[in-house]
Ligand binder design. Structure first.
Ligand code: UGA
Length: 415
């Protein structure tokens, strides 16, 4: 099929290279000329394993010109939906891209399906996207189709997740568009759940907020275990053996960051509060996550006086295998430590350049130099941190790196 992808962030770029692998002809559209140039040179504008290799193997057309997508069978809308100051999502890019697509639809003679893949709060596809598309003078469900197909890939293993989905959710406005979207994913062999657009939008939010809830839940159990002298990771192992609970997302520690879980939980809270509902669980999931950093600093203070000390941070990215620092737990920690008068040395295998933009005043050094600090905090569980020599050090571990237990003083945040 001829597939166009609007937006070359994580979701768009990964969808583009993977759908190309599956044999579709792909046109990738973005407004950012710098990104277009990079992509045309087979350079990925995101740090993600295997994307550059996939780019060099695929024959994508990359452009800023919407006229190039006029022969599409499916158009995937993958623009970002960033958080606004009051916690809502901004629909600025969704609106802009939909306006452009309306112009394309106006001239288009044959049927095509617009697939919303950006994470949007329930109701957005039918209440915002479709009315803009219909400014073309064409009717949704008749002249063109619309689906909402949420993306469930995680950063760091995006290509793997796209090619090996646990399920495909298709929120179809009309049956014909649902049939076409199903065809796009059929060869992946995953179960396909067909529903309506608002339900598909909610499935995405419910999934991400449930993952966040699972993390905050185990962190709460972890905080209790710490008080009782119990190893939370053993508790999680015992819990996870029950397949109603499952063993994944039970790693207690500093909590969740990134561009998705925090944004989605905030957006859902803001949206439902606007409707007069108090989402108590979601609020507490958020509060608990925000508090884990303070718990870690309290542990650190048991061992050193922060004022005048040098604290070393291992890890700045929100999780391993990415340079993404959005909502990284390191940000909050650095703010607190600086306020308390500590000097900070930090190391991360990929995220230093991004972190420097936020905190130019801290020292960026090798992992060996971080180890020479008065105390060390493990913020991100990069694999290479399992090969460092922690003997004789003071280590406060926010992510459970077993090798660090050899330290002279070792404190696990939740164990
Ligand atoms: C998340 C979801 O996992 C994806 O399914 C979803 O598609 C994506 O958001 C999205 O909405 O685009 P991602 O943010 O890339 O993916 O990362 P996760 O692997 O979910 O990790 C999120 C955060 O939770 C990280 O900071 C990680 O360190 C933390 N985490 C994860 C824990 O603290 N404990 C755990 O047990 C697992």
């Amino acid at each position: 099929m001829n597939v166009s992808v609007i937006g070359c962030g994580y979701v768009g770029l990964v969808a583009a290279v993977c759908l190309a692998k599956l044999g579709h002809r792909i046109t990738l559209v973005d407004v950012d000329e710098q990104k277009i140039e990079m992509l045309n040179n087979c350079q990925a504008p995101i740090h993600e394993p295997d994307v550059e290799e996939a780019l060099s193997q695929s024959d994508l057309e990359v452009t800023s010109d919407y006229d190039c997508i006029s022969n599409s069978d499916l158009i995937l809308l993958c623009v970002s939906t960033p958080t606004t100051d009051d916690g809502f999502i901004s629909l600025e890019y969704i609106t802009q891209a939909s306006e452009q697509l309306a112009q394309v639809l106006k001239k288009k003679l044959d049927y095509c399906v617009v697939v919303v893949k950006s994470t949007v709060v329930p109701g957005t596809t039918t209440d915002v996207v479709i009315p803009i598309l219909e400014k073309s003078g064409k009717k949704a469900g008749i002249d063109f189709g619309v689906c909402m197909v949420p993306e469930f890939l995680a950063e760091g293993k995006a290509i793997y997740d796209f090619m090996n989905p646990m399920r495909i959710v298709i929120g179809e406005y009309d049956t014909r568009s649902g049939d076409m979207a199903s065809q796009l994913y059929q060869s992946l062999g995953a179960p396909i759940l067909r529903t309506n657009p608002i339900t598909a939008e909610m499935i995405k939010y419910a999934s991400n907020t449930f993952l966040a809830t699972k993390i905050s839940f185990i962190n709460e159990i972890g905080n209790i275990c710490k008080l009782l002298g119990i190893d939370t990771y053993e508790v999680a192992r015992g819990m996870g053996a029950d397949d109603r609970i499952g063993s994944k997302f039970l790693n207690a520690g500093l909590g969740f960051g990134g561009s998705c879980l925090p944004k989605d939980i905030k957006a859902l809270i803001s949206r439902v509060k606007q409707m007069g509902y108090e989402p108590r669980i979601l609020e507490e999931v958020w509060n608990l996550n925000e508090h884990q950093g303070a718990n870690l600093v309290a542990l650190l203070k048991k061992h050193i006086l922060l004022k005048g000390s040098t604290v070393g941070l291992l890890g700045l990215a929100f999780k391993p295998e990415t340079d993404d620092i959005r909502e990284s737990r390191a940000i909050r920690l650095v703010k607190v430590l600086l306020k308390e008068g500590a000097t900070i040395r930090a190391y991360d295998p990929a995220a230093v350049e991004n972190f420097k933009c936020l905190f130019p005043q801290i020292e960026y050094v090798s992992s060996q130099k971080v180890l020479a600090s008065d105390a060390i905090i493990i913020v991100t569980e990069w694999e290479e941190f399992s090969h460092l020599d922690y003997r004789g050090k003071i280590v406060i571990d926010g992510r459970r790196v077993p090798k660090a237990m050899e330290a002279k003083v070792y404190e696990g945040l939740c164990w």
